[in-house]
Write a protein that binds this ligand. Structure first.
Ligand SMILES: [Zn+2]
Length: 372
């Protein structure tokens, strides 16, 4: 039995579930822990049936909730309008998602974001239906990480997951100029300084979420085939599989990672902690309808997860920053075939660079003041 418990602790370490209490009941192991899901976390109980001869992953796939299985949802008495009754922070003034009005954003030229490990080929990727969304987690160390942009310090990858709607006309959480997208990807990172995701959510700069929107394309996106085929194996809640092929973060992202909106907000699921630095990338990922439709086949304890996005929250006194692509002029210079223009452009480019630098410094000061 001890070996079995150890095995499930391994699953816990990647989920992550911090096991608080383990006790035996006939034929089962009962686990009580904190389960990270979406951006949120909660205490959950699991019953696990030991299966001799199974490897740890297969063993833990048989875990299921049996007590208090759904304490929040997206409809009815457990829907978003009721979250605040149980989770006080969901009534906060700096909640997510928001509707970003591009006429009201403040343009900035932030330092480049450094993406580390995003083009690595990761071969131990776990896909889990947690009853609210599908989570993608990696076991390999070191985990991918990000720094730069609006971030102070390094942020380590925790998990990624998706939000979607009943049909292709809505489903994203944040909106741009009132526009909804059919789906949104959230890549969740926690600040390295805080050691674990659980500790990070106690700090106002504990998490960074890279958000990517999806839009429809007539063609399939080949990098998503492995994800969608894994989804068909986790349609039931609280099931998990290991992906068949190596996986690279960069392959599933849009080309342009320079233009993004950034603001301070919250987890979009209970307990709605206001600890998230959001980066919403402007260029959507293009997916075929069929590839999005597979997500809508996933099931929770109460039926198909037809939608799992929180409604828009008031922006309040917050400022949304828009990072412009400060390499734009360099690209133009390289591409220009006219020999006379580069000289003139070069001068323009340099002065632009200077203006940008001054502007960056000013902007950073403004950000630091605004975001404190
Ligand atoms: Zn999310």
């Amino acid at each position: 039995m001890a070996a079995n418990i150890l095995n499930c602790s391994k699953l816990a370490s990647i989920n992550p579930i911090n096991l608080g209490l383990i006790e035996k009941v006939p034929g089962f192991v009962e686990l009580l822990g904190v389960h990270i899901f979406g951006h949120g976390y909660r205490r959950s109980k699991f019953l696990v049936m030991p299966q001799r001869g199974f490897k740890w992953m297969q063993y833990c796939v048989r875990a299921f909730h049996y007590a208090n299985s759904e304490d929040f949802g997206y409809d009815g008495v457990i829907g978003p309008v009721h979250w605040g009754e149980r989770y006080q922070e969901c009534r906060g003034k700096h909640q997510s998602p928001i509707d970003i009005n591009v006429l009201r954003v403040k343009q900035v030229a932030l330092p480049d974001i450094t993406f580390i490990g995003f083009d690595d080929s990761i071969d131990d990727v776990h896909v889990t239906n947690n009853g609210h969304t599908v989570l993608i987690e990696v076991e390999n160390e070191p985990h991918p990480r990000v720094s730069g942009g609006p971030l102070d310090g390094d942020y380590i990858f925790s998990q990624m997951h998706f939000h979607w709607g009943d049909n292709d006309t809505f489903g994203s959480e944040d909106k741009i100029n009132h526009r909804s997208f059919p789906m949104e990807l959230h890549m969740v990172f926690f600040k390295e300084e805080y050691k674990t995701p659980n500790d990070a959510v106690r700090h106002s700069d504990g998490l960074a979420v890279l958000a990517f929107f999806y839009e429809l394309d007539r063609h399939q996106h080949p990098a998503y085939d492995d994800i969608t085929s894994a989804l068909s194996n986790v349609t039931e809640p609280h099931t998990s599989v290991v992906m068949n092929h190596p996986f690279s973060f960069l392959n599933i992202l849009p080309y342009d990672l320079n233009r993004y909106f950034t603001y301070r907000g919250s987890l979009t699921t209970p307990p709605c902690s206001e600890v998230v630095i959001w980066l919403d990338f402007e260029q959507p990922v293009r997916l075929a309808h069929d590839q999005i439709e597979v997500f809508r086949e996933l099931r929770s304890a109460t039926g198909k997860i037809r939608h799992n996005f929180r409604p828009i929250q008031p922006i309040g006194d917050r400022v949304v920053f828009y990072n412009i692509d400060n390499k734009y002029f360099s690209y133009n210079e390289v591409d220009d075939p006219n020999e006379d223009i580069p000289k003139r452009k070069k001068g323009h480019n340099n002065s632009y660079g200077l203006v940008c630098s001054v502007y960056t410094v000013l902007s950073l000061i403004i950000i630091n003041v605004s975001l404190l």
